[in-house]
Design a protein. Structure first.
Lengths: 191, 191, 191, 191
DNA sequence: GATGAATGAGATTTCATTCAT
DNA sequence: TATGAATGAAATCTCATTCAT
């Protein structure tokens, strides 16, 4: 009987926003830009999000969830640790490469006034599975028995930087370059 | 002509800007905010910088130069490589920790529409000494003989993420934590 | 055509509007507010009224008619003038007290751009019975023989202000207070 | 050395606002209208008032103060009560007539969402001198010894209605009509 | 008729920049 | 130079009205 709120439209808005933030930065986008890019009227944005703030926060949360879900795709706990870790490492790398705009968006958000403490907190909780992964490696004595937060810092930090470099230098991430990068990472972690 | 512009005032403006960007993000600051924080009138900002763009670009350049100059402080090429590398690594870490706001500012700038291609290019050139350092390590067969860009990606990525984590988690960077982090980094690089 | 528009729904809309205007003023209400308060969809408002303007004008007219009809309830021209006048005075007072929101609505409308000249004119005509009443009092030499418009000004002015004061001060309108107010009014009018 | 905030500009803004509200109602004015009428840029309004809300509240307070101050002009407590009361009554009448727009503005404000509880409270306190006046009349046994609030309700209510009627009927307030009106008022009050 | 999402014109507000002092 | 009020273009947000279902 009625036209109901459209999930597809939220996706459109999110995609438009991510694209624009990656291109022009968080400080360079307007609600007008977003609506134009999403192919809807400006007012319509406010049907789905009460304010620009809320839109950015919702998108931030969605991006975080997305990237976690993708990470563990195809991960089989019964297979050897290193293989599983590699799989996940590659999942993340592939996802971040293919969704570079999301990566940039997340990075931009971290120190922006848009992201509320609550949103930040929720993002942290999503990291739990990665901590589990590190612990398993340590139990199997394959990974250094140091603070797992520090290990993750290393894994994620280097990956992020790799993505950034790849994007800006223009050097394509060949299969061999990827392998080299993974080896560097593994050499760091391994017990 | 009569008198050169007041250098102290430029410093005030830079400090105010860095502080505010770290707290509210690039997208959250206005010229009014900056002038208030710097303790001067809005109009005065325009005595020192033609526009907001110019101010941000100048500050970006200044920060980059700062951080490079500090990195090699106390570095003696004639001493063993690992010791020198460690020194530089610690220099950077200490600088970034103590000047967290600058670090955030630089990060925020990367994908902003403020930074011009020219400014970006100049920033890249400043990285030259680090490439040299990696090459030395390779010549001495202490460092893996892979693309030095990739190596630096690991060095910088770890450090940046470590700084961020430290700041947000509130976990203090104890000496042992620092040592562990360095070891991870070194294990990744070492041949 | 098929079926007449739902009269109950018009009442709902009117009640919702009056309530909201009393609470937030004419300038503070939106069609969305009204529909929500009335428990219907925004679009449905437009089934019953071509526009916001029309809705307000129709409501204005309805309120005016209401208040006049109530005024003469129980008025018997054959009974003595003062008794009849008192009856009407009390009728109005009671009505305005019990329907304070309507009173506010009418007051708000007077200087609003919503009310058209035609609506205003029609409202004036509704006052005719009150002029008649004043004339009767004068013919019976109980009321001062001055311009009956002026007399009505006093009757209505007192009443309106009394209602407002009662509502805002919170002082309840006791029977004795009502009697005092009527006496003031009557002393002003009486020949 | 500097251009300082200009009191004259506040007056301009107030005059423009009052004029427009009287013509188009509180719900019919925009900040754009006001700035145009005041002959300044829209942004300039926000130099003087943080928001539309604040502007309306400040104007409301100013109008109330204005009208009280004018009321007692030329009032000499040592002269007979009725003369003094008459003087004040005429002062108010004249002021409200000449500043009809202010009167309309105040009336429009009463039930608007703009006026805060605090502003309303302050307005009430300004009425103190009028209560004093009524008490004096009662002490001299010239005025009915009933609640002075009720007496004021009567005086003010009838005056407001008179102003309104005068303005809308187009019947000019001749000297004799004024005298008649005062007599009605006095007859009501007198002991 | 009824619904409520969609629209876009227009309202409020912000802010980089200018300018009079 | 230094100031901060003034500007107006542009951003955010609102809301009467329309329209697809």
């Amino acid at each position: 009987m009625v036209k109901l709120k459209d999930d597809k439209k939220v996706t459109q808005i999110f995609q438009a926003t991510v694209k624009l933030v990656a291109r022009k930065g968080l400080s360079g986008i307007t609600m007008g830009d977003i609506s134009k890019e999403a192919g809807i009227a400006t007012g319509t944005l406010y049907v789905y999000f009460k304010s620009k703030d809320e839109l950015i926060n919702a998108l931030f949360a969605a991006c975080r969830e997305n990237s976690v879900q993708v990470s563990f795709k195809g991960y089989q706990p019964n297979r050897p640790f290193k293989l599983g870790f590699r799989q996940i490492w590659l999942n993340i790398l592939r996802y971040k490469l293919q969704n570079f705009e999301e990566t940039v968006f997340l990075e931009q958000c971290y120190h922006s006034p848009f992201i509320t403490a609550a949103t930040r907190e929720k993002a942290l909780q999503l990291a739990a599975p990665f901590y589990e992964l590190m612990k398993r490696g340590q139990q199997e004595q394959l990974v250094k028995s140091v603070d797992s937060g520090l290990l993750l810092t290393f894994v994620m930090g280097t990956m992020n930087e790799l993505i950034r470099q790849t994007h800006y230098s223009g050097i394509p991430l060949s299969r061999s370059r990827i392998n080299t990068a993974f080896d560097l990472c593994w050499d760091a972690l391994k017990a």
